[in-house]
Design a protein around this ligand. Structure first.
Ligand code: AMP
Ligand code: GLY
Length: 429
């Protein structure tokens, strides 16, 4: 089988690396790819949001399956366009992807299907938004409705800050993405990420993961795309997972299908485990980055059959068979440490040499996934992004996985790089 994978981050490198190990797969093509993906299979240079270019590329490559990594092409309707051309696609339709692309849509669906989440209001005018604040208590959670590259959520400590933020967002702080805003109740608890592979009817759940969003140790400093992750996350006990299935994922999938927007692909459920049980923080229409890296690393079995079934149907009633193929019971504890460029999540320099990736990969249990890397005119590996490498490892225990990942970090020679030193701390204390 021939796969075309769209994207260029650590998430996509991990997916390609894992899918290429399947006996079902002959070749994994990627676009626009990165130097890590280049080692897995051929890379093309069509950007992930160039819809016309991607359709042309698909017609040229004629893949048996197209896997869409990031949210932008999903929100632009790439899945629908490719399906209309007869391709099998892993990734939700434009309508279903609104669960990520519009917070107001997502909250509306949760209300409609009775799914637990923070109480909220939705606004396009400042006066009613400020009046709503008066009914809430601090801290105030303000969210731009649309996609804002992970920056669209502001948590304001005081009412004055929240009011100022309302004015800024509604006057275009995030462009069209903040023309509508959602204000919601602050939820207390611990966050986790749960990934549901689904064809819209049946569903297979991967082990819960936990991301580390803040740039600094001890969860301090500004938010980032994610500085590391690990799985399984013990905060999601068997009982909590059962509630996530019953109270969140099943009613969402059933409701979306009934309302003519069946969800196919991977549903990322961002949950807050509160004193009252799991509640939804957000949905995403794709795998998490860097959560995907630890899930692909930890899975003992073959991921391709379930990805193919999510794209083409046949999951319902056969979940146990797909779980057996994934060898979910033998999932190995895994951790990933993001090596980021000095200055990230602010501005950073591009072009510094990154050495030691092969030495790191040669260590027991370690796999280095590429994110913001490129090669210079001499073919040497250089850093060009904010998050540059994902040093990922599995082990018999999470402790071993984390220690191995940090040993992998030590083998990398890139003085401008930095990482958090406490990945996995919530599970290791
Ligand atoms: P989101 O993009 O919706 O996931 O929000 C980004 C981050 O803001 C989340 O990962 C949470 O840490 C935090 N957050 C969002 N909504 C809430 C909420 N209602 N209560 C507490 N924290 C939240
Ligand atoms: N790791 C968070 C995300 O992918 O949105």
């Amino acid at each position: 089988m021939n796969i075309l994978l769209i994207g260029s981050g650590g998430r996509e490198h991990a997916l390609a690396w894992k899918m290429a190990q399947s006996p079902l797969v002959d070749i994994v093509h990627s676009t626009p790819g990165n130097p890590g993906l280049d080692e897995v299979g051929p890379c093309f240079d069509v950007a992930a949001d160039d819809i016309d270019g991607l359709v042309k590329l698909a017609l040229q490559v004629e893949p048996d399956l197209i896997v869409i990594g990031p949210e932008a092409p999903l929100a632009l309707g790439l899945s629908d366009i490719l399906r209309a051309r007869g391709f099998d696609v892993f990734g939700p339709s434009k309508a279903a992807a609104q669960l990520e692309a519009s917070k107001a849509f997502s909250k509306g669906r949760m209300t409609r299907y009775g799914v637990p989440t923070a109480a909220y209001g939705e606004f396009t005018e400042a006066a009613p938004a400020k009046a709503f604040l008066a009914t809430m208590t601090a801290p105030y959670v303000l969210k731009a409705d649309g996609l804002a590259a992970g920056k669209g959520v502001v948590i304001a400590e005081t009412r004055a800050q929240a009011e100022a933020e309302i004015d800024e967002m509604l006057s275009g702080k995030f462009g069209a993405a903040s023309a509508t805003l959602v204000i919601e109740e602050f939820m207390h608890g611990e966050e986790a990420s749960v990934f549901v592979l689904t064809d819209g009817k049946g569903a297979v759940y991967l082990p819960a993961a936990q991301d580390h969003k803040r740039v600094g140790d001890g969860d301090t400093g500004p938010n980032t795309g994610g500085m590391g992750a690990y799985a399984p996350a013990p905060v999601v006990t068997g009982e909590i997972m059962a509630r996530i299935k019953r109270e969140i994922a099943e009613p969402m999938l059933k409701g979306m299908a009934k309302d003519g927007m069946p969800y196919q692909g991977v549903l990322y459920v961002g949950v807050m485990v509160t004193a009252e049980g799991p509640k939804v923080v957000e949905f995403n229409a794709r795998f998490g980055d860097p959560e995907c890296q630890v899930l692909m690393k930890g899975l003992a079995g073959d991921v391709v059959p379930v990805i193919l079934a999510a794209a083409t149907g046949g999951l319902k009633g056969n979940e146990a068979a797909f779980e057996a193929l994934l060898e979910l019971k033998d999932f190995k504890p895994s951790a990933t440490v993001v090596l980021a460029n000095a200055g990230y999540p602010g501005s950073y320099a591009k072009g510094a040499l990154v050495k030691g990736v092969s030495a790191s990969n040669a260590l027991p249990g370690v796999t280095v996934f590429h994110a913001g890397t490129d090669v210079d005119s001499d073919g040497a590996l250089i850093a060009v992004g904010g998050r540059v490498l994902n040093v990922t490892a599995s082990g018999d225990t999470l402790r071993e996985a984390v220690d191995r990942a940090y040993a992998g970090v030590e083998a990398i020679d890139w003085p401008q790089g930095f990482c958090r030193r406490d990945i996995g701390w919530r599970a290791l204390v």
